[in-house]
Design a protein around this ligand. Structure first.
Ligand code: ATP
Ligand code: MG
Length: 587
């Protein structure tokens, strides 16, 4: 696609040498056992994520190093060293032990980003339990559905969240034996729950981390629900092999970095890269309790001297909406690497990074199912704005077509579209969709996992996202990826965000229809509407440009910030909306 701005951003001279300096050489030589050898491991061949994240450092030279700096909503700061984390997670693990929780039992957490969430997640992993995080904004039904699928035995939450989300459905959760609650300040304490703070205070710090094996289950993550009912993807302790090394390669984490991953631990990015990867790498992380606020985020980046920042297109779009002037009121001398995941990153956003921070944004691609970063733009390679980059070493990606009967034919020509397929065998691959074995099996053909996303690959091996298989538009014999159309619309000065769908039409099969939300200061007028149609036509040509554009106040989004094209389509066509458990309220 043609976009304004350079087609290639040369890697330049990074301030410090990238960890992954010679991509081609490492791709040739790397095997996953090389990454496993860099872990501490447990005696007898065991492996435990919690141990890699906490004990390993607390028992060595990094004990007094800052592990997590927590910023509360009001602006107070609490610091936790690796030694502190070991003590607190040890207490939590002992609480579980005293309650009779066993290895493999499921411990759910439903909390905002408070320190106890981190103690609970890491403590439960050290104990050998399986952790399942729930996003704190879920209502009672999504909470119930996930606790039921996962047969949750323990739930860790707060008094407020318990009253609003769990109490109404508690009687319908027969597997749930213990609810550990963080009391509200000055509030009453809910009946039928245990006081988390009292339990922690009464439990010893000393805890011998469980001797789990690499293939033992560790995490249960529910997908974002963008395309339908969320699936419960189960991951094993060996996933930390991947979390750790991809933090070094794709996020370029170095020992002295201050890292900020803005994703909530209720989603896979917030767990894999907001908790496990930086800790396993012995790197300091920032955790912010508050929700998105452009001014606050710029302040955190500046004041906390964040050097590596991992965020998402939805946040970047909101910052763009707030204007680059806000960014320019401060300087960010410490910031040296920015990465993004979760949705396609429009070229416009990459250029905005250059404008606001003097740094390009490195897009990377992965899914709940892959457990870790699979395709990335690396510090030592040029960026092609709009491309997701290249596969990480150790992972083989092919593009292929699959027919109804399951026949697979690889795509060989550069620029031809195919479904992203990954050769099985990477450590953080999901091991099942809980209670949906059939659906799990359907993701595989031979040695390959099929992702459900379509892309193209150019002659230099860079991958370009087109859209989800379900979202791709077939119009008059053309296959059109919504991303391409959305990116073109985003280049119009009035457009803050865009969502594109295929709308059935008798002649073309489908026509391209766009929904756009405007930036502050722009109004929905017939002139602007005409201008948008003309602008898109000029950029994309008549075959690909949207035939219809609706200007809307906002686009429906998942709570993790992804545009829900299936809802745009259902609403447009008057069809049932399907599962909306992850829909952001008010959207
Ligand atoms: P569900 O599977 O329930 O519909 P979901 O696929 O949105 O939800 P996640 O696993 O959180 O749940 O998201 C992974 C998906 O997000 C990918 O399959 C892809 O469609 C999209 N995605 C992630 N990163 C990128 C990226 N860099 N570029 C384009 N798309 C991306
Ligand atoms: Mg998915």
């Amino acid at each position: 696609m043609e976009h304004r701005g350079p087609k290639r951003i040369e890697k330049g001279t990074p301030r410090i040498p990238p960890n992954l300096a010679d991509y081609e050489a490492l791709r040739r030589s790397f095997g996953w056992d090389d990454a496993r050898r860099e872990l501490a491991g447990l005696l007898g061949g065991g492996l435990n994520m919690g141990y890699e994240a906490v004990d390993r450092h607390a028992d060595g030279p990094l004990a007094a190093k800052l592990a997590i700096r927590w910023l509360d909503k009001a602006g107070a700061v609490r610091d936790f060293t690796f030694a502190d984390l070991k003590a607190q997670t040890g207490r939590f693990a002992n609480v579980l032990k005293n309650l009779g929780v066993e290895k493999g039992d499921r411990v759910f957490v439903l909390m905002g980003r408070v320190p106890e969430l981190y103690f609970a997640v890491l403590g439960a992993l050290r104990h050998g339990a399986v952790v399942s995080p729930l996003f704190s904004a879920f209502g009672p039904e999504p909470v119930k559905a996930r606790l039921t699928i996962g047969a949750g035995k323990v739930l860790v939450t707060t008094a407020t969240l318990y009253r609003r989300k769990v109490e109404p459905v508690r009687a319908e959760l027969p597997t749930l034996q213990h609810v550990l609650v963080l009391p509200d300040e000055g509030g009453t304490f809910p009946e039928g729950t245990l006081n988390l703070l009292e339990l922690l205070a009464g439990a010893p710090e000393e805890f011998q981390t469980a001797a789990t094996q690499p293939e033992d289950p560790a995490l249960l993550h529910f997908t974002s629900g963008t395309t339908g009912k969320p699936k419960g993807a189960l991951h094993v302790h060996d996933a930390v092999t991947e979390h750790r090394i991809t933090g070094r390669w794709a996020l370029d984490l170095h020992d002295d970095d201050v890292f900020w991953c803005t994703a909530d631990p209720g989603w896979v990015t917030g767990m894999s890269y907001g908790i496990l990867s930086p800790l396993a790498n012995g790197v300091t992380s920032i955790v912010d309790e508050a929700d998105f606020d452009a001014r606050r985020w710029y302040r955190i980046l500046a004041e906390q001297k964040v050097s590596v920042w991992y965020t998402a297109p939805t946040a970047i779009r909101m910052m763009m909406k707030a204007g680059a002037d806000l960014a320019k009121q401060q300087t960010f001398p410490a910031l040296r690497f920015i990465a993004s995941v979760g949705e396609p990153l429009n070229p416009e956003a990459v250029f905005w990074g250059l404008d606001a921070f003097g740094l390009p944004i490195h897009d990377n691609w992965w899914q709940t199912e892959t457990g870790g970063i699979m395709i990335a733009n690396f510090a030592a390679l040029d960026i092609k704005p709009g491309s997701m980059g290249r596969p990480i070493p150790g992972v083989e990606v092919m593009l292929a077509k699959r027919d109804e009967a399951g026949n697979v034919s690889p795509v060989t020509k550069p620029g031809e579209e195919g479904e992203i397929a990954i050769r099985t065998g990477w450590p953080s691959m999901f091991r099942t969709y809980l209670h949906e074995e059939e659906r799990y099996r359907k993701c595989f053909a031979g040695d390959w996992y099929f992702s459900g996303d379509l892309a193209t690959c150019d002659a230099e091996g860079y991958f370009w996202f087109m859209g989800r298989v379900d979202d791709v538009i077939k119009s008059a014999g053309h296959l059109i990826g919504p991303f391409e159309v959305e990116s073109a619309l985003m280049e119009h000065p009035a457009v803050a965000e865009a969502g594109v769908i295929g709308k059935p039409e008798p002649v073309a099969g489908e026509i391209v229809k766009a929904f756009v939300a405007l930036k502050h200061g722009y109004e929905d007028t017939p002139a602007l509407h005409r201008d948008l149609l003309g602008f898109a036509r000029k950029r994309l040509g008549p075959a690909v440009a949207p035939r219809e554009i609706d200007i809307v106040p906002t686009l429906p989004r998942t709570r993790s910030g992804k545009i829900m094209r299936r809802l745009l389509k259902a609403r447009e066509l008057g069809l049932p909306e399907g599962d909306t458990s992850t829909l952001e309220s008010g959207a």
